[in-house]
Design a binder for this molecule. Structure first.
Ligand SMILES: C[S@@+](CC[C@H](N)C(=O)[O-])C[C@H]1O[C@@H](n2cnc3c(N)ncnc32)[C@H](O)[C@@H]1O
Length: 263
């Protein structure tokens, strides 16, 4: 993970300049809202009665900030300090703007730089906000999300065990990533961007099995949308720094929504 960590810190400043990441985050938001229509119905009461969300691998907050108006709080975790700094800058900018929406964003989104491997990690907020002791049990969440992160994590059973521990009883997972539909899935990343890539997408049946083994019930892992993406025509085509819109070839990539509930 450390190589990927450095890669993502270095890429953070330019992350949002890629239109693909905005499109993918918007599709992830729509998939989550479709799966949880109550978030749309109860949006007006979200700041008081909404869900407490944990997001793993929030990056610069593209999904975080889209989802924030629909929930009470989001603890947005990323292992790369550069990504967390970019999200903090966005929140500070929102804070400079006057208005209820920007104040609410600042109050509800908490960026945290940590490689989360333990539900009791002291970097997470305490269950009792007035207790600053590291011995205080950490907060539990109603919903855990991640987008385009699973394929960077080498040990899915360990991640699922951590997320299971972070959720309240009745809490849900809603993880999105591209599907490993066969050898062509490798083309999702250009060869020069393979640093930190652990899997060329997620295998739906295997991941569902791993979710059940971690203790989740009502598990459903299936493709929810497709994204068109420019790809290299041959491995390494863009290594020379050639712009990716020259001699463009595109492919459709299916995206999975991985859902499950902690009993
Ligand atoms: C491809 S980026 C996606 C960022 C963001 N979700 C988006 O869609 O724009 C993957 C992110 O996951 C983070 N990451 C990978 N493994 C992680 C882990 N175990 N814990 C926290 N963050 C992790 C990386 O630092 C990186 O910012």
């Amino acid at each position: 993970m450390s190589a990927g960590n450095e890669r993502f810190s270095a890429e953070a400043a330019a992350w949002d300049s890629n239109p693909d990441v905005h499109r993918a985050s918007e599709s992830a938001l729509q998939a989550i809202l479709q799966h949880r229509p109550d978030l749309v119905e109860d949006k007006d009461n979200a700041s008081t009665n909404g869900l407490d969300v944990l997001e793993i691998g929030c990056g610069t907050g593209l999904l975080t900030l889209r989802l924030a108006p629909y929930v009470r709080s989001i603890v947005a975790v990323d292992a790369a300090q550069g990504m967390i700094d970019a999200l903090k800058q966005k929140l500070a900018k929102a804070g400079e703007e006057d208005g209820n929406e920007s104040n609410r964003l600042q109050d509800s989104v908490k960026p945290v730089c940590v490689l989360l491997e333990d539900p009791e990690d002291p970097a997470l907020p305490p269950s009792d906000p007035s207790d600053t002791s590291p011995a205080c049990p950490r907060r539990r969440f109603d919903l855990a999300i991640s987008h385009l992160v699973l394929h960077h994590i080498p040990d899915h059973p360990a991640l699922l065990k951590t997320l299971f521990g972070c959720l309240k009883s009745g809490g849900q997972l809603a993880l999105t990533d591209f599907e490993n539909f066969g050898p062509q899935a490798r083309r999702f990343h250009a060869e020069r961007r393979m640093d930190g890539v652990e899997f060329h997408g997620i295998e739906a049946a295997l991941f569902a099995e791993q979710m059940r083994a971690a203790g989740f019930v009502d598990v459903l892992v299936k493709p929810e949308w497709e994204m068109e993406k420019a790809v290299e025509r041959f491995p390494g085509e863009w290594n020379t720094g050639k712009p990716k819109d020259v001699g463009l070839e595109t492919m459709q990539f299916p995206f999975l929504l991985c859902r499950g509930t902690k009993p």
